[in-house]
Design a protein around this ligand. Structure first.
Ligand code: UTP
Length: 287
């Protein structure tokens, strides 16, 4: 049973500056929900009960967002704003168990996950990155959990992308086990398109077993002095430790950069029953 997730939110969010000077990137809003709420909702819908946030300084707003807000609730109640009150309460009830651990320096995603090791303990766990919002019938994390529980091995999400786009990602090579499922043999971080071993790019959803911590501990800092998660995955695969890649079903939006953020906002708004029709007319006129 996979019931814990680690949410690494200690990065600097430099690609979204100046918005992220004082506001955590994960709190940037798509329509009227901060990005991190979409992520938490996906995890809850995947059966997760325990959330471990890896935070840095100035990220308190993320933890506050999922906490009670007694003054606000009292105010909304007194004014009879029932719908808003319900909305606010729903957010504070999303997470059953929340803990946070500090990553003192942004030493990389791999390092952030290692910092969470004492809170994870000796059981498999999910990892969700706040940049990737996935719109899917079955939540993306749930798809990975199903596969990981069946294979009893780590499973990471990959997306088939056009060759010229894979250079921004870790790209896997592997053996196809069944439709959409691969046993990973190696990972290359940000390859040139012509050198990419496949068109399968790693995105921000993973299910790991505690064995990942041993691999992370063994790594010395790689590119930019950071401990890279993809290095640990590559080492695991090269040493014959079974790790799988699953082509998830759904649409992913990369909200960590300006273009992706705007596209995600427009796509989500067009799907919204209240906003969709009005926005469609507005966009048509604008174009
Ligand atoms: P990114 O490199 O995409 O995010 O890391 P970033 O550093 O926040 O943003 P940019 O690149 O400067 O714009 C992927 C994820 O890993 C977390 C980030 O918060 C993000 O969710 N991360 C990264 C950490 O928690 N700690 C780190 O040291 C690095």
């Amino acid at each position: 049973m996979i019931r814990k997730v680690v949410l690494p939110v200690a990065g600097l969010g430099t690609r979204m500056l100046p918005a992220t000077k004082a506001v955590p990137k994960e709190m940037l809003c798509l329509i009227n929900k901060p990005a991190i709420q979409y992520i938490v909702e996906e995890a809850v819908a995947s059966g997760i009960k325990e959330f471990i946030f890896v935070v840095s300084r100035n990220k308190e707003a993320i933890l506050d967002h999922f906490d009670l807000s007694p003054e606000l609730e009292a105010e909304l109640e007194a004014k009879g704003k029932k719908n808003l009150l319900e909305e606010v309460r729903k957010v504070s009830r999303l997470i059953e168990s929340l803990s946070a651990v500090r990553q003192k320096k942004p030493l990389g995603l791999g390092h952030a996950i290692l910092v969470a090791a004492p809170l994870v303990g000796n059981e498999p766990f999910g990892v969700l990155l706040g940049d990737d919002i996935v719109d899917a019938e079955e939540p993306c994390l749930k798809q990975l959990i199903r596969a990981a529980e069946e294979l009893w091995a780590p499973v990471i999400a990959v997306e088939h992308l056009p060759r010229e786009e894979v250079s921004r990602y870790g790209v896997i090579s592997g053996k196809k086990v069944q439709e959409g499922l691969y046993e990973i043999e190696d990972v290359v971080e940000k390859p040139r398109p012509e050198e990419a071993p496949s068109e399968l790019a790693i995105i921000g959803r993973y299910v790991f077993f505690p064995s990942i911590f041993e691999y992370l501990e063994r790594l010395s800092p790689g590119a930019g002095g950071e401990i890279q998660l993809t290095d640990a995955i590559a080492t695991m695969a090269r040493e014959g430790h079974k790790i799988y890649a699953l082509e998830f079903r759904g649409t992913r939006y990369d909200t960590g950069n300006k273009e992706g953020f705007v596209k995600a906002t427009v796509a989500l708004a067009l799907k919204d029953p209240e906003l969709g029709p009005k926005l469609r007319d507005f966009l048509r006129n604008l174009l």
